[in-house]
Design a protein around this ligand. Sequence first.
Ligand code: FES
Ligand SMILES: [Fe+2]
Length: 408
Amino acid sequence: VDQRFADDLDERLAYEGERTGPPTDFPELPDIPLGRYTDPHFYEAEISGVFKKSWLFVGHASEIADEGSFLTVDLPFAPVVVVRDQEGTIRAFLNACRHRGAPVTRDSQGVAKHLVCQFHSWSYDLTGKLVGVPDSRDFVNLKPSERGLAPVRCELWGGFVFINLDPSARPLLEDISSLHDRYAGLMTSDFIPVAKRSWDVKSNWKIVTEAFLEVYHLRTVHKNSGGPMADTRRAVMQIHPNGHSSMFLPYRAAGSGGELLDVFFAPDVGQYPDPHGIYRTANPSFLLYPNLVTPTDITGFFILVFWPLEVGRTRLDMHWYGMPWGDGPRPQGWDLKLAAWDMLMNEDVVNLEPIQRSVTAAAHGGIPLNYQERRIWQFHAELDKQIGPNRIPEDLRIPDLLANLIEK
Ligand code: FES
Ligand SMILES: [Fe+2]
């Protein structure tokens, strides 16, 4: 985190702990309309206006360390393959053969010398060039140089790999400069992949995302697990440009509920540098808009990604990255830590499908958000800004009421 934030963190924590209400200039927020979670047209607008134009997480460079190693992103709106070429450059392509569109790999991860189509074996080199066409004598005037795999924008933040389907999107580091200024020191550490999990949740992607944008739920949902270890009333939240936002959640000391921290910070797991000494006292978490939340801690990055599959269905992917442990088996601390997070995640997931059923039945009319939930408001406001309010029916719009809270 940057120095200026570290300098006034104590002041901000104290302010949040002592306030008797929201700041006086915090507006009354209208209800979030339930149709935003169920309307198929709004969903289509999110896919075309947001997901096809935003930086989306793929994985970490250490997962494709060798020449020819690849990762695929298997999205209904964008099949993508990310590969390391002979020169070491990481490239992304649509995973769609230029003949009749079959995938050039069906694996989620692997190593290949060529990407070979799974239908009639057209083959492409690691730079996407079409280099082999069986029975090429039967094509009239086929120009291989015009039939390479379609490239996709691919940029890195530290070792973390992102793609963007919009060729004219602003560069990743410009888009996320607010997060880069605060967290670059962490993101550039040498990480290795530790574990992955995935949930198929029958609820809208925003319902899943929102469950990780506030800590108001901790004392209820995680009352016997993570709840006691955090002082949610002192949580410091910030809203940044371009939909991004962040939060610092202070921990409680062992003896007053912070016992689980011994599991989270297991000594054999390794820790990244903490120059300001604050990651041991507070949990940093940010939303990299639109669909990545990382409630991380000093042992590594715990990355949650929310992929819309249908209007009422989401794939929740969890990726853990940690410090390298050298030769030998994974330190045992990781087993305990991952088991603790599995428990926390399952506690979160259990509410999400019933919530979708409620919004579908319009059982509760609309959603009144409080000051602690303001990152959710901003997340919605940014969606509207990106989609363009004119494309959204008037009764589903979210006005940009918190623009005065934005911190660069
Ligand atoms: S679809 Fe790829 S070779 Fe035919
Ligand atoms: Fe939670």
